[in-house]
Design a protein around this ligand. Sequence first.
Ligand code: MTE
Ligand code: CO
Length: 428
Amino acid sequence: MTQHDDGPRPLPSRRALLRAGLAGGAVALGGPALAQLGKTNPANLPPNVADWSKMLGDGVAVRTYGKPAKFESHIGRRDVSWLTASPQSSVSFTPLHEIDGPITPNGLCFERHHAGIAELNPTDYRLMLHGLVDKPLMFTLDDIKRMPRVNRAYFCECAANSGMEWRGAQLNGCQYTHGMVHCVMYTGVPLKVLLQEAGVKPNARWLLLEGGDASAMTRSLPLQKALDDALVAYRMNGEMLYPENGYPVRMVIPGWEANMWVKWLRRIEVGDQPWHTREETSKYTDLLENGRARRFTYVMDAKSVITSPSPQAPVNHKSGFTVLSGVAWSGRGKIARVDVSLDGGRNWRTARLDGPVWDKAIARFYYEFDWNGGELLLQSRAVDETGYVQPTKDELRKVRGVNSIYHNNGIQTWLLHRNGEVENVEVS
Ligand code: MTE
Ligand code: CO
């Protein structure tokens, strides 16, 4: 499912990788179609008649479920071999540098699972709702599909996204530094509707969410959030959920860390206090310098990253008109503004948001400029509708230290070299 490469490594072997060309996105190319990629065939250029203009192509019935052009087959999620002990309890990263707009295509959404992909037969799917309710309920997939549904785009970000960057610049590519995020249009039933049908008792305060995979991934969710905007989702971008993202049903907890977005959802128990399983309390906390820990840091703060130019998306011209682009999101609401700096944070200009700017979703920004061909330190800074401004990495470290691997939303810096290559660096 995911392509595997040894592209990203901790410093100092980063420069060696750049020399080897791996940072330029030329990784894992293969197959006959790709042998022609980047090689111009003069016979296909005007005024000649190109090969594809001389013959009939496939008919309408050949490709019943479409996929990207064969020339795009180098694009894919990738994992990092040294990051986790086993491929079943691991993560693959969204190739942010290869996509545009606010939405992540289904096949490119990063995946994170603790016990591999559960392959559920939808006929045998059941969702149990019990505990402090008037009427315990059991839903089939058809029951859920018969309930009133809504469409909402939300970002989903693992709390560990950018976690490897706490102590300094580590991985050479936004796929690896920021690729534990995706944004899709979900179709699902507000959890509130299910809870109303069951009738929640007055002393109810918390829910336990449980997944159907071997890890179960039990998570506690405050009832208030459940009634606010949580969704029991079964479609992403119009298609049924993909198996790796929780087919046939997953939780969507808008703006909150992704570990609570329980996939392959099989049970919801209503209670009067949190369960806080051992993993929740030991892992999803931020260890501070003084040995104390930040706990229950559910909301993902505003964050952004420039996806192009970036180490995997270098600049292919020497100077002149250049389009800079990136993504921004906030767990507290809509993105209000994105600023861009070309000089490591000394001067800021306002980027152009383009496309829909939804609540708690990825917003796409652009900044067009005339590149003089010199070195630049590229940064982006997100501001959300609450007025929260994305902090620098140093500002974050002052408050949080460097012990945590979670909730790193610091400003990313890319060094654009004169030759168009881009490197992950830090400025202070
Ligand atoms: N749900 C179950 N059942 N099992 C899991 O391992 N992983 C969680 C969450 N939900 C997990 C799960 C974590 S840590 C993350 S980051 C998100 O799923 C990732 O969602 P995705 O695979 O759709 O990107
Ligand atoms: Co996660």
